[in-house]
Design a protein around this ligand. Structure first.
Ligand SMILES: Nc1ncnc2c1ncn2[C@@H]1O[C@H](COP(=O)(O)OP(=O)(O)OP(=O)(O)O)[C@@H](O)[C@H]1O
Ligand SMILES: [Mg+2]
Length: 387
């Protein structure tokens, strides 16, 4: 696992480290402790001037165009360096579609002529920020929460869990509450649906809402709620966010659906799928990352939910675990995995493991663990990686 002795062995210019999330892209230089920018993952379409989410692509050509404009924006508005001079480290999710990574490589090599490209899995490099080799990585981003256990440096891939229980769901539920009469409080301040756009809902969520405790959530109808907040829309109109809305906004992540799935059950289900002798160590090494993990009260609520669920009939016999412990990563939740990429990018791994421009132009192929050619045949794998 992490070999810190090799940090900064490379004497060349620092590599560019990019993590493209479904809403936010983190971008900066290897060896630095925070990204230079965290920007919306949106590209401006030149003809219409309209901004489009990168992940909303229709086909390969559409994606190629979006990435072309977006990478230009990152290099020439934020990084201010020439793409040709530097290596690139891409922090990617293991669930990233092959089409996306291949198109990104095409844009970076063909159009921007970067020196080399290294794809690193976000859950593994997050562990580099801790110097640990065992953890259950829980990434709560915008579209989904992904749980992946890593034991002694090896990903327990069969145990991964992913569900759309993250920022987007919280915002959707919050918008519903704001629209409902009882949620919006006094009717004079009741806004029209179109006046609350996505950005406003996100702002209300981050600035006024929090994750309540398990005890309070169980009697949410009876308790005295915190005071309401007046949120200003365009300076003159106000929208009243009442205490109950503020306190119950994140409940959708913890309420079990018809399949009895919530964020805490995802963690326990992932542990259940891991080998028996690894479960205790994994439960005592939980790493919670992603923007949604930064919500006030999230970690303490998760801990009490886990302690409560472990005694429920579904888990009590199968998972005899006593304690759960969380790691404290050295960065804000939303860029822990980017920081891991920045650490890897400052080691000699970026030289020895990267795919260089020349090799890519010859092979026209990107090494991928899901491709059997790179998993089975040592010689083939060796041929693609070295050079
Ligand atoms: N301080 C905060 N409190 C609560 N939520 C936050 C905070 N900061 C960011 N978020 C939320 O985190 C989400 C974005 O997180 P992140 O940057 O990890 O997502 P992403 O990587 O773009 O998405 P994904 O991982 O799903 O592809 C947004 O929904 C945002 O509103
Ligand atoms: Mg993410």
């Amino acid at each position: 696992m992490p070999t810190f002795e090799t940090v900064n062995l490379t004497s060349e210019k620092s590599a560019v480290v990019i993590e493209i999330g479904s809403t936010y892209t983190k971008c900066g230089f290897a060896g630095e402790n925070a990204p230079r920018c965290i920007v919306a993952s949106k590209a401006k379409i030149q003809d219409s001037g309209e901004e489009k989410l990168i992940t909303s692509y229709k086909d390969e050509e559409d994606l190629y165009n979006l990435l072309l404009h977006f990478i230009h924006y990152l290099y020439f508005k934020h990084l201010l360096v020439s793409p040709k001079d530097r290596r690139v480290v891409i922090v990617e999710s293991v669930l990233c579609p092959t089409l996306f990574r291949e198109t990104l490589a095409k844009v970076l090599f063909h159009h921007y002529e970067v020196l080399s490209l290294l794809f690193v899995p976000s859950h593994l490099v997050s562990l580099y920020t801790l110097g640990a080799s065992t953890a259950v990585v829980v990434d709560m981003g915008y579209k989904e929460t992904v749980v992946i256990p890593v034991y002694e440096g090896f990903t327990v891939l069969k145990a991964w869990q992913a569900q759309p229980l993250a920022g987007e769901l919280v915002e959707r539920e919050l918008l519903k509450k704001l629209m409902a009469d009882e949620g919006s409080g006094d009717s004079a301040s009741h806004p029209k649906e179109e006046s609350i756009d996505e950005g406003v809902v996100e702002n209300i969520k981050v600035r006024t809402c929090f994750v309540t405790t398990l005890e309070r959530s169980q009697k949410i109808e009876e308790i005295v709620h915190p005071p309401p907040v007046d949120y200003s829309l365009n300076g003159d109109k106000f929208i009243k966010i009442d205490g109950k809305t503020r306190e119950s906004a994140y409940e959708s992540m913890f309420i079990m659906d018809d399949d009895e799935i919530s964020v805490p059950t995802m963690i326990l289900d992932a542990l259940l799928k891991c080998p028996v002798d690894t479960r205790k160590a994994l439960a005592e090494n939980l790493l919670i990352i992603g923007g949604t993990s930064m919500a006030l009260g999230m970690r303490s609520r998760l801990l009490s939910e886990l302690k409560n669920l472990i005694n429920s009939p579904k888990y009590v016999d199968k998972l005899p675990l006593k304690s759960f412990k969380f790691h404290n990563p050295p960065a804000k939740g939303n860029f822990v995995s980017w920081l891991g990429g920045a650490i890897v990018g400052a080691t000699e791994m970026v030289v020895s493991r990267s795919l260089t421009k020349d090799v890519y132009q010859k092979q026209k192929c990107l090494p991928d663990w899901v491709n059997l050619a790179f998993n089975n045949n040592y010689e083939l794998k060796h041929k693609y990686f070295s050079g």
